[in-house]
Design a protein around this ligand. Structure first.
Ligand SMILES: C=C(O[C@H]1C=CC=C(C(=O)O)[C@@H]1O)C(=O)O
Ligand SMILES: [Mg+2]
Length: 455
């Protein structure tokens, strides 16, 4: 099918929408697709007027999606579990092959919710009305319909299609400079938290806990989350990029290097990512930092617990399971981590909800053992993590992919809340862990035009 010009879309899709809405079947989801010429997804998303917006770009650069409008919004009341996602999977059983629900959830479904996290809910998945998808170098406009619900909305759907904007110039990605910064906890509070963690290790309650910080920036004007993501995306190749706007003026966005899991063709791929060093300024410096990370006992321990836990959690769900024999490193534009790839062949009938329930939170963001670590995070962290360190991604008819929502922030009006954490194990030094987090938020800090703050 030749690419369709934007002005042609209402005519090209109009009669197909009419026919699709005549289909019967409870919970049936129909997906219509039309090939289009290449479009800048973020500029397109910025130009749309719908309240709900979602963006996802995978780490390998294979695919990206910008989505607007909600046909179905599925609320998860507590954690993302096999049980809570069952109804989504029921929908997917009767859906066209390309149909996907996009969404994610909070790190902790039981912790109190801060006011700025209220619009996000515990966990949510959407079937968007329109998606602009890039698959490799091909672009599609996708329209999702649930005939059972949409039958009387034909005129409104066609109107919404005709009202989609097709900007000819790239979005304005200028960002204001922040005027204030507030750290939660401050450095004294942070040292207290790390010291408590070290004492808990001595007492044998746990061996690892990932403690986080919130850095709040204040602006004199409203911050445009999409402009921020646009700049962040340029600065952070090789990451998952995501953006979720539940309502205008509020958005959760980030550039995460870490995959929680991907499933396809009866297989699952996960990975243990932990232990951190920066990139070097020169080639020699970079090689020294790589060697230092690979040989660091403390960082290897941080990473080992993640690997162990993922293997323990996946084993009952898999027929075969294997991990890389060699520890390697994942290099990013400005940082590096220890990395082990893990893959398995799933047992028949293992749902995506079961994988989420088993894997979240890994000790890359929670700790080991999981219950003690989550308890400690609840008790010690003086702020709400919200969707930071939760799973974010999509689930489809036969496949799913979720990133761990790290290296991220919440843009809400004149405020930007940045979040980052560090794996605390025996041997952790509070000042060094503080610095590690400063470095982890520096991609954001740099695109805001600020220098990395030295403590
Ligand atoms: C929890 C975060 O990073 C995790 C992922 C990689 C390395 C980590 C570390 O070295 O501490 C963290 O476990 C974060 O960026 O907020
Ligand atoms: Mg670390």
């Amino acid at each position: 099918m030749p690419a369709c010009a934007p002005a042609e879309l209402p005519r090209r899709l109009g009669s197909r929408i009419r026919r699709a809405l005549q289909q019967t079947g409870t919970n049936r989801i129909v997906q219509l697709r039309c090939p289009i010429a290449p479009v800048d997804l973020l500029s397109w998303l910025a130009a749309q007027s719908m309240a709900f917006k979602f963006y996802w770009a995978d780490r390998e650069g294979n695919e990206a999606v910008a989505a607007v409008g909600a046909v179905l919004q599925c609320e998860v009341n507590r954690a993302l579990t096999r049980e809570s996602l069952r109804f989504l999977e029921t929908y997917l059983q009767q859906a066209d092959p390309g149909v996907r629900f996009y969404g994610g959830g909070r790190f902790d479904g039981q912790a109190p919710v801060a006011p700025h996290w209220q619009p996000f809910g515990m966990g949510r998945f959407w079937l968007p009305r329109f998606e602009l998808r890039r698959e490799g170098s091909r672009y599609w406009l996708v329209c999702n319909l649930v005939p059972e619900l949409d039958r009387t909305a034909e005129a409104a759907i066609k109107e919404a299609l005709a009202a989609l904007q097709w900007p000819e110039v790239a979005m304005d990605a200028r960002l204001p400079l922040p005027v204030d910064r507030c750290d939660m906890p401050d450095q004294a509070g942070w040292t207290r938290n790390v010291t408590q963690a070290l004492a808990a290790f001595q007492q044998g309650h746990m061996v690892k806990v990932v403690l986080a910080r919130q850095v709040q920036y204040v602006f004199n004007e409203a911050l445009d989350g999409l402009a921020l993501l646009h700049r962040l995306e340029e600065a952070t190749p090789g990451c998952f990029h995501f953006y979720y706007q539940p309502q205008p003026g509020t958005a959760f966005l980030g550039a995460s290097p870490e995959r929680l899991f991907r499933r396809a063709d009866g297989h699952v791929w996960s990975e243990a990512v932990a232990g951190t060093r920066p990139r070097g300024q020169t080639e020699a410096d970079d090689a020294r930092l790589a060697a230092e990370l690979l040989q660091s006992e403390k960082d290897r321990r941080e990473q080992y617990y993640v690997q162990q836990s993922i293997i323990e959690e996946l084993r009952p769900l898999c027929e075969t399971l294997e991990a890389d024999a060699q520890l390697s490193e994942m290099t990013l534009a400005r940082g590096r981590h220890l990395y082990t790839g893990i893959r398995g062949r799933l047992r028949p009938g293992v749902s995506t909800g079961a994988l989420l329930e088993a894997l979240h939170p890994t000790p890359a963001v929670g700790g080991y053992p999981r219950p003690a670590a989550v308890e400690a995070i609840r008790a010690w962290e003086p702020f709400d993590r919200g969707w930071y360190t939760g799973p974010i991604g999509w689930l489809g008819v036969e496949a799913a992919e979720f990133a761990v929502a790290i290296r991220c922030g919440l843009a809400a009006g004149h405020h930007l809340y940045l979040y980052s954490g560090a794996g605390i194990v025996e041997g952790s030094v509070p000042e060094l862990e503080w610095e590690e987090i400063e470095h982890k938020i520096s991609d954001f800090v740099n695109v805001l035009g600020l220098e990395l703050r030295r403590s």
